[in-house]
Ligand binder design. Sequence first.
Ligand SMILES: *Cc1c(COP(=O)(O)O)cnc(C)c1O
Length: 447
Amino acid sequence: MNELQRKDLQYIWHPCSQMKDYESFPPIVLERGEGAYLYDIEGKSYLDAVSSWWVNLFGHSNKRINKAIANQVEKLEHAIFANFTHKPAIDLAERMARLTPQGLNKVFFADNGSSAVEVALKLSFQYHQQMGKPEKTRFVAISEAYHGETLAALSVGDIDLYNEIYKPLLLNTFKAAGPNCYRCPYGETRETCTGNCIENMEQILSAHHEEITAVIIEPMVQGAAGMKIYPGIYLKKLRQLCDTYDIHLIADEIAVGFGRTGRMFACEHADISPDIMCLSKGLTAGYMPLSLVMMTDKIYGAFYDDYVNLRAFMHSHSYTGNPMGCAIACESLNIFEDEEVIEKNKITSRLIRERVTPLLNHPNVGEFRQLGMVGALELVKDKKSKEGFDWKQRVGYQIYQIALKHGVLLRPLGNVVYFMPPYVINENDIDLMIGTAEKAICEYLGK
Ligand SMILES: *Cc1c(COP(=O)(O)O)cnc(C)c1O
């Protein structure tokens, strides 16, 4: 352990970590980043195959974005956003209203993903309070959902590792059994799927719609659940159900927005428009915390009234609408346009699939699932029964450590090794990423 690592452990508590693990595996001290790579103070490189927790789009220290920040900081770093505004926020809002699915015309700013989810939940609840349906107070999420770590966001989450201990503090939400395509209980494949697994959702909504205000869902890919990919038909059916029962559909596109799934927004795969959409992570290309909550005019309208009627949305965060974040987001959208990112990613995505294919012969690789720039290998103890490894074995964590030794930052989720690289990843990087994943899997599990 070097001096910086010793000091780090003396003072710092790292996220999502058992700090005792750091005794034998101290934090890597980074000095800089460039493109798809991070470099530590000894000059060792790490290919960032997880886009630094799914946020980075165009590589670290991207020249165009660096310049946009430099320009903005010379003008205005931050200012109060109540009764004040600025061009970066206006430009961003206008462009997002045009880019996002039909009907999402109004933007509320927050400063990270979880707070965007809080805003979305509060908006939906307050909307129904003010529209004469005060009994609509409950939310619905699907199994293994992940929507962030603050208390309301955890309430609509369904991953025990994150929320079990807090259950006494959480809202009373409905959890519907969601898609589970690798182990489909209906015996279908993603190709043959007709969305039968909507049935539990349908039962819950039809029985309890009078007390339900919104359904929240990660469209197409359940990230934290292990990059569980499901067909758009589920979303199509869900949209119809929500319409039938006057329930808001909240699309949490925090992880999947901005091209991650091969379309600008994941909802496009199902050709649906949610009532509310949450965006963060890739919004600032991985540079700064910022989030947006997009909503329909109808929702906005339910809050628009004379002040004394007390229907306003009295919600704020100190860094709401931060000009630097907005300027970065605008430049990121420019890059999407100028560099035909979505088109180019199709080639990258195909390359990843090709390179992964031989790995499917490994006895512990259950499936490779992929949608756009998200790919995931699910490791299993037994391919036939699809039985997973015991969580106590920490298969992902072991593979993570081996891959790091070989210069690739993979950070699996449980038994799922996933690839979510920055869009600037090139062919050599892909070889390194998948070659190292293979090496790590074989080193730990055998050939
Ligand atoms: C990361 C994530 C969040 C939470 O965002 P934070 O900025 O980490 O608070 C919420 N929903 C989804 C789907 C996410 O992937």
